[in-house]
Design a binder for this molecule. Structure first.
Ligand code: PRT
Ligand code: ZN
Length: 285
């Protein structure tokens, strides 16, 4: 029987959100002891747990058909695999940083300098594209301490809140890549596996789409309805229902997370009252 094998980070920043996504897709499995692998109970998929750095290679070799990893690791590995879906979690950026006391004058600052990073391929490519010749030092951990111990003039590292840089006396001067978790696949899968991936992606899209939208209910006097409806995009047109109180209606619609607060302000300004915002579990278009 055909089934998918998916490589997931064993333990780290990607693990929980990766497994949560499959649970939200209705896929049941036991992750209690975090063994090397776990078979799903109600979908033909087996989870294999690895270090994130090993996932691109295992997907390329076919040890796993699919994998979840950060775009940073995907780019650095340079393996011949496909990025098939961005998943919206583990968001971070990769930035160049230098000691905060130094006056930064632009990318030329790095000309002839030493830069420490765990991502030598990404850094070398960026420097080449920008015609900067600098010395790249590969360090596997605690890159942020390299400048203070005289090992480098600057670093390229992952930044999330920026507090690690600040507490090491560094400042972020260039962002060279934005990253989030992605689903990757092997390039040579048979048709049965491709069909299973289509089924899986249908579920993932429904879950992610639900996360990116909110269901909104509000009340308004009927003479304000036109102004309110003009603000609401909705999936089709919004639902309008009469309230028990004469001359008033209840309006139901779906709002995108991206423009949510902006639209809520516009709705209130247009006369909407008693707004209720409800999360959407899944959304199928
Ligand atoms: O053991 P394994 O090799 O599997 O895990 P790992 O230690 O290599 O990776 P892990 O679990 O730390 O991160 C996995 C992925 O999460 C990364 O490849 C990124 O895609 C993503 N991610 C998101 C992050 C961060 N946010 C993050 N903040 N990865 C690392 N960091 C580190 C960063 O290296 C720096 O030391 O956090 C520090 C910066 O954080 P702020 O908030 O102080 O800026
Ligand atoms: Zn790693």
């Amino acid at each position: 029987m055909n089934q998918l094998k998916i490589a997931i980070q064993k333990s780290g920043r990607l693990s929980e959100d990766s497994l949560a996504l499959f649970k939200e897709c209705g896929i049941k499995f036991s992750d209690g002891q975090r063994k090397l692998k776990s078979q799903a109970l109600n979908f033909p998929i087996e989870f294999l747990f690895f270090r994130d750095d090993d996932i691109p290679g295992y997907v390329e070799d076919g040890v796993a058909d699919l994998g979840i990893l950060g775009q940073n690791v995907f780019r650095e590995a340079g393996k011949d695999i496909l990025e098939i879906k961005t998943l919206g979690f583990s968001k971070c950026r990769m930035s160049l940083a230098i000691p905060k006391a130094i006056n930064y004058t632009g990318l030329n600052y790095f000309e002839g300098k030493y830069i420490a990073t765990s991502y030598p391929s990404i850094l070398t490519k960026f420097l080449n594209e920008n015609n900067i010749s600098a010395e790249v030092h590969k360090i596997s951990g605690s890159v942020e301490i390299a400048p203070s111990i005289g090992l480098a003039d600057g670093i390229l590292d992952i930044v999330s809140t920026g507090s690690t840089l600040i507490s090491n006396g560094l400042k972020e001067v260039e962002t060279i890549l934005h990253s989030e978790a992605i689903l990757v696949s092997n390039k040579h899968l048979n048709d049965d596996k491709k069909e299973l991936i289509t089924k899986l992606l249908f579920r993932i899209n429904a879950v992610l789409s639900g996360k990116n939208h909110k269901y909104v209910l509000m009340n308004a006097p009927n003479d304000k309805l036109d102004d309110i409806l003009a603000v609401l995009p909705g999936m089709r047109s919004p639902t309008v229902l009469p309230l028990a109180e004469k001359g008033w209606s209840s309006i139901h619609s779906v709002l995108s997370e991206d423009t949510f607060w902006n639209n809520i302000e516009k709705l209130r300004a247009a006369g909407a009252e008693g707004l209720l915002v409800v999360p959407i579990e899944k959304m199928i278009r």
